[in-house]
Structure formats: structure tokens, C-alpha cells
Design a protein around this ligand. Structure first.
Ligand SMILES: Cc1cc2nc3c(=O)[nH]c(=O)nc-3n(C[C@H](O)[C@H](O)[C@H](O)COP(=O)(O)OP(=O)(O)OC[C@H]3O[C@@H](n4cnc5c(N)ncnc54)[C@H](O)[C@@H]3O)c2cc1C
Length: 306
């Protein structure tokens, strides 16, 4: 219930203005977002890589409404990938891309072309792209574009969301040689017709999907902060004889950093999802919807006026 309310607020421009102008919002944002500029992203990436972690960088922004905006997003990724190569941060650092930021909602072909240009720049920089997954109305389109991109860039990663009823079947489809698949619970508010509603059902689906991916031929990217699911994944990876170069854990920047370090010290590949940019509102609201403790921290910040 609370989750739905916060996710609804993530679509309200009135609440967005209130949140963005609250004095302490900056401190909350800083916890989850690496900064606003390409240099901020490169600096944070350098630090994480020095700590033995891999990184997937996300330029914040979604639901682009004009072709010019989509071009600006594409160009930001091209600059970022150039910066990563120049700084010697590839291959440990790759990029995550939201197709809606490239115009998917008003021109699917345009989004595909921009994503293709980003994948080409990533390949030239010696790294890869993962296509973030957004709400269920975009799943088919995103997976279709993924298939197209993989013809030229087979390392392009997909994201599947365990809360969707269709996902176990999608995992089967994508668990093929060379196929990189990030499995997450899912961050959007989805109707019962397409998504499991209870945490227990979502967790059970996550484990079923995990088994399919680990038993398959692809490269599973296990994206969760959930201690129980991480323990199950560690156990199942041993069961399926997966060596550390055959799967990875992924966690969000600023979330459970001690667990990120523990997993890396245990010999696992750990990738931190690192968002940066000025358009942080939707991302931050989804993080708040996931965890009431974050909400209390945030409510104090918004309520403080000094
Ligand atoms: C790398 C990465 C990429 C993602 N990409 C996408 C995407 O493309 N599309 C999409 O829809 N979603 C994406 N997500 C978000 C994901 O779908 C979930 O919304 C998000 O990860 C929260 O789910 P959870 O698995 O961490 O578990 P939750 O159900 O949120 O939490 C389970 C348990 O984990 C622990 N925990 C969680 N957060 C914290 C915290 N801050 N501090 C301490 N303990 C904590 C607690 O014990 C909690 O009870 C991504 C997540 C990650 C990690």
C-alpha cells in the first residue's frame, strides 16, 4: 500500500517540485546518486574499481518526450564511454541504459538506433551495455530491441523482473550461451493481472528464475540486496558448479556497502549499479518505495526547513 503511494508520487510533478526544493534532499540524494556530472560518475567509478568492484553506470533520466532530449541522452552516454576508456576503467565498468530515455515511448525505431550507437561506443571502449527493464508495458518492446542489438553486440545484457508472471518463461528463453541476464525483483507498481503482488510470491518466483538461469548456459547477474536470496544464490551457484567468472552479484550504489565488500572478499564478482545525473527524482522515489527505513530518513529531510 505504502509502496503504491510512493510509486504514484514518483509520477507527480507537484510532489517532485516539493521534494527537489526541500533543503536536505541533497543529502539523501547523495547517498544513492554519485553526483550530477560525467566527472562525478568517473570519480565514483574509479573508487569502486580500486576497491575491487565492477560497476554499471546509469545516466539518470527516463520517459524522454522529444527527439532532441533522446539525442542528448545518447550523446551523454557516448561521452561517458569515451571517458571510461580514456581513464582505463573498462572492462570493469559498463553502462546501464533505459530505452525510455532514448525515446522508446514515442518512437521505438529511434530508441533502437540510439541504443545501437551506444552499444557500438561500448564495444569500441571494450565494454558492454545492459538494457534496464521498466514497467510491463515496455517489456516486449525492450526484449525485441535486445534481440536486434545482440545480432551486432552479443554481450548486450537484459534485465528480467521476478515479480512478472511471465519472467520464468523469459528466463528459459534467455538462458543461452553468452546471454547476460540481470535478475531483479522489479521496481514498478504493476497490476495483479501481470505481476505477483505479495513479497512471498515474488521471492518464490525469484528463486525459480534463479534456478533456471544458473542451470542454463548464460551469464546470470543476480541483482538483489535481500540476504535470504543472496544466501540461496551462493548456495545454488555451488550446486550448479558456477565459478566466479560465470555469474555475478549486483547491488545498488549506497545500499548495503558492507555486503558488497563481503561478497567481493568471498571471491564473488560484484557489480555496483551507479546512477548519476540531475534527473534523480524517479530513481530516488523507487528506492524509497522499497524500504520504509529510507522513507523515515527522507521524510525528516523534506520536513526540515532551514
Ligand atoms: C543492480 C540492480 C539493478 C536493478 N535494475 C532494475 C531494473 O532494470 N528494473 C527494475 O524494475 N528494477 C531494477 N532494480 C531494482 C529491483 O527490482 C528492486 O526493486 C530492488 O533491488 C529492491 O529489491 P531487493 O531484491 O533488493 O529486495 P527488497 O525486497 O527491497 O529487500 C529485501 C531485504 O533486503 C534487505 N535490504 C534491502 N534494502 C536494504 C538497505 N537499503 N539496507 C539494508 N538492507 C536492505 C532487507 O533485509 C530487506 O528486507 C535493480 C536492482 C539492483 C540491485
Amino acid at each position: 500500500m505504502l509502496r503504491s503511494v510512493i510509486l504514484a508520487a514518483s509520477r507527480s510533478s507537484r510532489i517532485e517540485r516539493l521534494v527537489e526544493t526541500a533543503p536536505l534532499t541533497r543529502d539523501v540524494v547523495r547517498r544513492f546518486v554519485a553526483g550530477t556530472t560525467t566527472d562525478d560518475a568517473l570519480r565514483a567509478t574509479r573508487q569502486l574499481v580500486a576497491d575491487g568492484l565492477a560497476v554499471s553506470i546509469d545516466h539518470l533520466g527516463e520517459d524522454t518526450v522529444s527527439p532532441d532530449q533522446a539525442i542528448a541522452v545518447r550523446d551523454e552516454y557516448l561521452a561517458l564511454l569515451g571517458g571510461l576508456a580514456e581513464a582505463g576503467l573498462t572492462p570493469p565498468a559498463e553502462v546501464s541504459v533505459k530505452l525510455s530515455a532514448l525515446g522508446q515511448k514515442f518512437d521505438e525505431r529511434l530508441a533502437r538506433e540510439h541504443a545501437h550507437a551506444i552499444c557500438a561506443a561500448a564495444a569500441a571502449a571494450g565494454t558492454t551495455v545492459t538494457l534496464d527493464m521498466e514497467d510491463h508495458t515496455t517489456t516486449d518492446s525492450t526484449l525485441d530491441i535486445l534481440v536486434e542489438l545482440r545480432k551486432d553486440f552479443p554481450g548486450t545484457g537484459a534485465v528480467l523482473q521476478a515479480y512478472l508472471r511471465r519472467t520464468e518463461a523469459d528466463c528459459r528463453e534467455l538462458a543461452t550461451p553468452g546471454s547476460r541476464v540481470r535478475l531483479c525483483k522489479g521496481a514498478y507498481s504493476e497490476p495483479e493481472s501481470v505481476a505477483y503482488q505479495s513479497a512471498r510470491e515474488v521471492d518464490k518466483s525469484y528463486v525459480r528464475c534463479l534456478n533456471v538461469l544458473l542451470a542454463g548456459q548464460g551469464y546470470p547477474m543476480i541483482a538483489t540486496h535481500d540476504p535470504r536470496l543472496i544466501a540461496i544464490a551462493e548456495d545454488r551457484s555451488r550446486w550448479f558448479d558456477r565459478t566466479p567468472d560465470q555469474f555475478e552479484f549486483q547491488l545498488l550504489y549506497g545500499v548495503r556497502p558492507d555486503e558488497q565488500a563481503r561478497l567481493a572478499e568471498a571471491g564473488h564478482t560484484v557489480r555496483v549499479y551507479l546512477p548519476y545525473g540531475t534527473d534523480w527524482y524517479g530513481y530516488l522515489m523507487r528506492r524509497l518505495a522499497e524500504r520504509p527505513a529510507n522513507l523515515a530518513f527522507f521524510a525528516r529531510a523534506v520536513a526540515t526547513r532551514r
